[in-house]
Ligand binder design. Structure first.
Ligand code: NAD
Length: 361
């Protein structure tokens, strides 16, 4: 298969981890006889410096014409004092909006060799493997602009959802559950919010199309508790923007390292934007110590969700699993000092695993 991937390295450690993920994808292409054509474009601070804006028109155009997009990270202290339209993060927000990416998928999985890195007790976190599907373009963050009334004594924020916006994210939740263990927790606050009542109605309607999926309605407050007391309870969680923002950050600490977590932002065709959950980590940029695994696992999501290449995606995840089981890690992970490797070495270890898998197949 031939596919076009736009690579958006961005700022800080972004270029290092994006390059790492691209070289892993290249090895997968060799293993499975695919051709992946990479087109590198500027975004964020790098684009402000080179083109005077955080999302140049040719970057957006290339992304619109691509089969998938792989991003490193954006941001850094050198652009922090810029006016809002010249901030690196603006480029990412414009890109998500410009492409209509409404579903954010964040898997959280603990690795047996890293259980001691989790802030939770080993017996609680062991075996956790869940996916949060968050609505990304509606709700409280996108309502009528907030206002202050009565000389600043009253504030108004608007939580607005169209039926079709809820329908499409709930659909993504069901489809995601079908790809996993077919259990879906739909999270809301239906005891208080009108938007949550409509959300529940739509989930119940959609569940008729997915009789194999076991659906449970859960309130966001009890979900927050259960995520840290019994994370293995969950398979797929689907929820609206604000709840998803908070729950996905809560879930992200389960693994013990931000550097390991991938994400995808999708719409209802195959195009998707894939990026590690972490930011540009300017404090460690340029030192060959950044953990590339979040970006590499994002590349696995790219293969699975945009290209439908399940076996290829599994091969990356298996390679990462094997490297971690051998005890290796980057400096952000709790591994033996003797087994700490840098960005380039960690990437080579994953590629070596993929090469071995090719030889033995
Ligand atoms: P951050 O995720 O960049 O860093 C938080 C801490 O985690 C730092 O100590 C960093 O060294 C460490 N860390 C992060 N990723 C790591 C990795 N792969 N390997 C090893 N250690 C890693 O968050 P921050 O410091 O709050 O933000 C830094 C910049 O990144 C800011 O400009 C922020 O706006 C931006 N940011 C961008 C994105 C994005 O591009 N999607 C997301 C979050 C933050």
């Amino acid at each position: 298969m031939q596919k076009k991937i736009v690579l958006l390295p961005g700022d800080g450690i972004g270029p290092a981890v994006a390059e790492a993920a691209a070289s892993v994808l290249q090895q997968v292409a060799d293993n499975f006889s695919h051709t992946f054509k990479f087109d590198k474009k500027a975004i964020g601070g790098a684009a402000i410096d080179s083109a005077g804006e955080p999302l140049p028109a040719d970057t957006l155009q290339a992304c619109q014409d691509a089969d998938a997009i792989l991003l490193g990270a954006v941001g850094g202290p050198q652009w922090e004092r810029n006016p809002p339209h010249l901030r690196p993060e603006k480029g990412l927000l414009q890109l998500r909006k410009g492409l209509g990416l409404f579903a954010n998928l964040r898997p959280v999985k603990t690795f047996p060799s890293l259980l001691s890195s989790s802030p939770l007790k080993q017996e609680i976190v062991e075996g956790s493997d869940l996916l949060i599907v968050r609505e990304l373009t509606g709700g409280l963050y996108f309502g009528t602009p907030s206002e202050r009334r009565n000389a600043g004594q009253t504030v108004v924020d608007t939580l607005l959802y169209e039926r079709k916006e809820i329908e499409r994210i709930v659909e993504t939740g069901f489809q995601s559950a079908m790809l996993r263990n077919k259990r879906l927790a739909s999270v809301d606050k239906a005891n208080v919010l009108e938007s949550s009542k409509l959300w529940r109605e739509i989930v119940d309607e959609k569940s008729k199309d997915y009789p194999e999926v076991a659906v449970e309605h859960m309130l966001v407050d009890s979900t927050a508790m259960k995520l840290i007391t019994n994370p293995t309870y969950f398979d797929v969680i689907v929820t609206e923007n604000l709840f998803g923002d908070i729950l996905s950050d809560e879930a992200s600490v389960l693994t013990g390292s931000l550097g390991l977590l991938p994400s995808a932002s999708l719409r209802d065709d195959e195009l998707g934007l894939y990026e590690p959950v972490h930011g540009s980590a300017p404090d460690i940029a340029g030192q060959d110590i950044a953990n590339p695994l979040g970006a590499i696992l994002s590349a696995a999501m790219l293969l699975r969700y945009s290209f439908g290449m399940e076996e290829e995606a599994d091969s990356i995840e298996a390679a990462v699993d094997n490297v971690l089981q051998s005890g290796y890690g980057t400096q952000d992970m709790h591994v033996d000092t003797a087994n700490i490797v840098g960005t380039a070495r960690m990437t080579s270890l994953v590629i070596e695993q993929l090469m071995e898998a090719k030889v033995s197949s």
